[in-house]
Design a protein around this ligand. Sequence first.
Ligand code: MF3
Ligand code: CO
Ligand code: CO
Length: 319
Amino acid sequence: MTELFDPWEKARKFKYSGTIRALYPLSPKTKMPSSIKRPNYGREAEGVRVVAQLAREALEEVAAIVRPGITTDELDRALVAAAVKRGCYPSPLGYHGFPKSVCTSLNEVICHGIPDQRALLDGDILNIDVTLYHNGFHGDLNATYPVGDSARANETNMRLTHTARTCLDAAIAICGPGMPYAEIGHVINPIAEKNGCVVVRDYTGHGIGRVFHGPPSIFHYPTKKAYGIMQPGHIFTYATCNTNSSIEPMINLGTELRNIEWPDNWTIATADGSYSAAAEETLLITEDGVEILTAKGGPQRLDTTAARERQMEARRARK
Ligand code: MF3
Ligand code: CO
Ligand code: CO
């Protein structure tokens, strides 16, 4: 007979609270009949990880053909080709009746722009928001691109697009277990303001996984509406939405916070016509930080332990 032992007797400084002691070894792992379907514990992250990279590749393919003269409809067709080639469905197509496969949001359009026959002009800024669906999971990302040399020469618009990206990176840097979702807004808002921008309030990031848009809503500005604490390992239930979160700050130049909806019932534009830019990645909370599932060149894991400690310190000081 094998010898029985308390697994934590010496190895760890664990202090039992009563008299019960664990007694090991555990018996061998149960083998279930293969005819019984298993729950997919821990595999949702893998599902999102795969589609997130396919979405990144598709976005890069579309971004590569952005130039003055091309229509957003042509970009839509390029996205469909990139999706089909990878065995993916473009999630926006038919989503609540959305008529196209990708969102193309130009200049003062904040989000949800519909690809149409307008040709891109030198000087435009264009947000391309790609979401793909593969093997039961969605992956979602967006980026804002200058169109032509005039756009690249326009300092104000370049500041706007860079600020959107900087806000996203700064928010990602504090993501990890134990971090209240509310801290994202506290990180993003001052960066936007310092750069002469305001953070869009009416549209948020969101949980993602088996559903396109799930809880929690990710607020990009400080608000009591932001609830919940980031946790690793919840990816096995519908609460995958707590861990595969996408952050997508939308930033406007100036101070305009009102927006208008076009008669297509989708396109959202700033009320004063000021330009808007955004950036989005699909993220997975890990044991020591965050994994950018949609990162260019492959998923990127960040240990955010130190940054989180500093952020929690700032949070305590705020209260
Ligand atoms: N991809 C967008 C997001 O980041 C959602 C687009 S919904 C659509 O959440 F219907 F407009 F495509
Ligand atoms: Co998106
Ligand atoms: Co999104």
